[in-house]
Design a protein around this ligand. Structure first.
Ligand SMILES: Cc1ncc(COP(=O)(O)O)c(C=O)c1O
Length: 409
């Protein structure tokens, strides 16, 4: 992995901020786009733009081929059985809303149980609250051990015969814990529950095989893996998708429409109403090719190096507290933290003044922050284009944050 060559592919990383190239450590929120992705978007709009699946002229056909072709790239990427199982949405959030509405609200009933974790992003939490409120199902939580940052295994026993949905992130966007989801998936299946796996923070960084995981639904966003915004994926097992009501209604998703009744299109079109985001789909296929060319083993190894350096350095700064596990072996490429007596927004502003972008706030995980007893945290999240020098620069600036706020120690 030649980091210099890779960085040359990302025009935005050449932005000068505070007199030096910008340090972008907010990859958990969204990632930057390499030239091959930008070029694919440009090419599509310059030569192929049309409305897919509607029309027989050359551009309608070119757009259809671009759209359908990208689906096959995504199918192969996550190892779905067929493109019938791959639905394009706007993002992870919309994918989860689709499952909650078209599966959860129609298949659950009073007394059923939904089990999620306290570390879920609101997209995988508020959605299930709504399902519980509408159906009378009970929403229950798996908590984390505050010392180790790991899930409390005794809470796994909440998954029982009444449990119909088990939904959780493969990687939490705050804890960044390396976590094998298989035992939880197997346990859910032993009780006949459907498993919804949120891959927003995993797919960009590790190879995912949905058949091997055996999850029932899997969701992710293109913009967190070098593609453009507005394109997301819902993978679902075909039998489940067949048994679900359409999500949005309108053009494309129909088979035959009469004045009073409509029959719906086959999968996956049944769930893709309206003109789709073809350039987003094209960008996603280009991003997947780009990531595959680098290789996920390389990406993971590089990010492990960065997070190890970051955590080891942060542990040497006495007033920095790492959220969750502080063992780099247990962490993916993100680390959330607080600085004693300094509000996370002040930390972020001071770092931003030094040309470093991190995320602060509750990271759309308020229940986790309430559970941990913190209002807000800072988060540095790395990607394959970040460097060890950037981490060292970040640690240096972080070590000066308290002094900048007027503290003497
Ligand atoms: C774990 C997790 N799930 C879901 C989401 C929602 O993703 P999006 O905003 O792209 O829909 C995010 C975004 O940060 C996330 O980190």
């Amino acid at each position: 992995m030649n980091i210099e060559l890779i960085r040359n592919d990302f025009p935005i990383l050449k932005t000068i901020s505070a007199g030096r190239p910008l340090v972008y450590f907010d990859n958990g929120a969204t990632t930057q786009k390499p030239l091959p992705v930008l070029e694919a978007i440009y090419e599509y709009n310059s030569r192929q733009n049309g409305n897919p699946h509607r029309g027989s002229h050359v551009l309608a056909i070119a757009a259809s081929e671009a759209y359908d072709g990208s689906k096959e790239v995504v199918r192969k990427f996550i190892n779905a059985r067929s493109t019938r199982e791959v639905i394009y949405t706007r993002n992870t959030t919309e994918s989860l809303n689709l499952v909650a509405r078209s599966y959860g609200e129609t298949h659950l009933k009073k007394g059923d149980r939904i089990v999620i974790t306290v570390a879920e992003h609101h997209a995988n939490l508020v959605t299930w609250q709504r399902v519980a409120q509408k159906t009378g199902a009970v929403l229950d939580y798996i908590y984390i051990d505050k010392e180790t940052g790991k899930f409390k295994e005794e809470d796994f026993a909440k998954i029982d015969a009444k449990t119909k949905i088990v939904a959780f992130a493969q990687v939490s966007n705050v804890l960044g814990l390396v976590f094998d989801p298989k035992p939880l998936i197997n346990l859910a299946h032993q009780h006949g529950a459907v498993v919804v796996l949120d891959g927003a923070q995993s797919v960009p960084h590790q190879q995912v095989d949905v058949q091997e995981l055996d999850c029932d639904f899997f969701v992710f966003s293109g913009h967190k893996m070098c593609a453009s915004g507005g394109i997301g994926v819902l993978y679902g097992k075909e039998a489940l998708l067949e048994d679900m009501e359409p999500f949005n209604l309108g053009g494309d998703m129909i088979d035959r429409v009469e004045e009073q009744v409509t029959t719906f299109a086959e999968l996956p079109t049944k769930f893709e109403a309206g003109t789709p985001n073809v350039e987003g789909a094209v960008s996603l296929a280009a991003a997947i090719k780009y990531l595959n060319n680098i290789g996920f083993e390389e990406i993971e190894a590089h990010e492990k190096k960065l997070v190890t350096l970051a955590i080891e350095g942060m542990k040497k700064i006495p007033y920095v507290r790492i959220i969750g596990s502080d063992n780099p072996a247990e962490k993916t490429g993100l680390v959330a933290f607080t600085v004693d007596d300094v509000h996370p927004h002040d930390v972020s502003e001071l770092l931003s003044a030094a040309g470093i972008c991190i995320r602060t706030g509750h990271h759309c995980a308020q229940p986790l922050h309430i559970y941990l007893g913190v209002n807000a945290t800072c988060r540095a999240s790395f990607y394959f284009y970040n460097t060890e020098e950037e981490v060292a620069y970040f640690l240096d600036k972080l070590s000066k944050v308290r002094a900048a706020m007027g503290y003497k120690d």
